[in-house]
Unconditional design. Structure first.
Length: 308
């Protein structure tokens, strides 16, 4: 079995787990719950198992002064009416479903945690759930899941390298998740990480995504005849071009990161860090503070902390 066969079998197995979970929602009369579900599909090579788990996420900061504007969650100052994009909400999660299956088989998954329908109905009455569209990318699609959801170095050899305190680590050893971003553990030491990405690979994967982002921001502004996003940045008069974000000639680093943090850092890290190797995670990314091109590489730097 070659690499492409194994990758396709993993994708097929994930689709099978998703299908079984959707059937559970239908049987419980809760199909509308799908948009609030945050699933994780784990490949555990040591235990030779696939594990598929689903959580509901509660927004503990929700109130009438937060609302959705396009794809952004907006806060409004009660006294001044000033708007701002909400980036760091506080959340709590509850596990509602888990299924397991044997590695590299397409047998029916075994349900470990069945859907607690009555408990979920009570939750819907009392809690404000976070829709999955708040995070990127969306996990549930009716179309086959594209291979790039789990990026592999199959286009060029080793498109990324990751270092912690100047020591190289395997890319499967570090986790990025929006839920943990800028949420530091007070009892753990902060270490600097550096991610190096081959420029050609980065251009091929990321430049179309950045163009799409700019088109969405401009379209949202045209709808309301104002540049809400730009108003968040003191020195930006127009959205930075792709060349602007690759270099620091037009934007200083603080301006660049202030723009990329809410809009694009997550897309880059989700593209290059594979989320299925949970049994090998040792580090979690807490924050990015540097992004620039250096000759034939993209350099991303930030803070990371050890996982338990």
């Amino acid at each position: 079995m070659n690499f492409e066969d194994i990758k396709q079998q993993i994708l097929d197995a994930e689709k099978l787990h998703i299908k079984k979970f959707k059937e559970s929602l239908q049987q419980a009369g809760l199909p509308h719950l799908l948009e609030y579900c945050f699933p994780r599909f784990h490949v555990n090579h040591r235990k030779k198992m696939y594990t598929y788990s689903v959580e509901l996420l509660f927004d503990t900061e929700y109130n009438e002064y937060l609302y959705w504007e396009g794809k952004n969650l907006i806060s409004v100052d009660r006294e001044t009416g000033e708007k701002g994009i909400v980036i760091n909400n506080s959340y709590k999660a509850t596990l509602i479903y888990q299924s397991d299956s044997v590695l590299l088989t397409l047998e029916d998954p075994v349900i470990v945690t069945d859907l607690p329908a009555e408990e979920i109905r009570n939750i819907l009455k009392t809690e404000k759930l976070v829709p999955q569209e708040y995070f990127n990318p969306l996990y549930y699609t009716e179309e086959p899941i594209p291979a790039q959801k789990y990026p592999m170095p199959d286009k060029i050899l080793n498109p990324i390298k990751i270092f912690i305190q100047d020591q190289e680590i395997h890319s499967g050893n570090i986790l990025y998740d929006e839920f943990y971003y800028k949420k530091y553990s007070e009892d753990k030491e902060i270490h600097q990480f550096e991610l190096n990405i081959e420029l050609n690979d980065f251009n091929e994967r990321i430049q179309p995504k950045y163009t799409e982002l700019l088109n969405e921001l401009i379209a949202d502004d045209l709808l309301v005849s104002e540049n809400y996003a730009l108003e968040l940045f003191e020195n930006l008069t127009e959205y930075p071009s792709y060349e602007d974000i690759l270099n620091d000639t037009q934007l200083d680093m603080k301006e660049k990161i202030n723009f990329l943090d809410p809009f694009f850092i997550s897309q880059i890290l989700n593209e290059y860090l594979w989320k299925s190797s949970t049994d090998s995670w040792s580090w979690v990314i807490r924050e990015v503070f540097y992004f620039n091109k250096n000759e034939d590489k993209i350099i991303i730097k930030g803070n990371a902390q050890k996982l338990d």
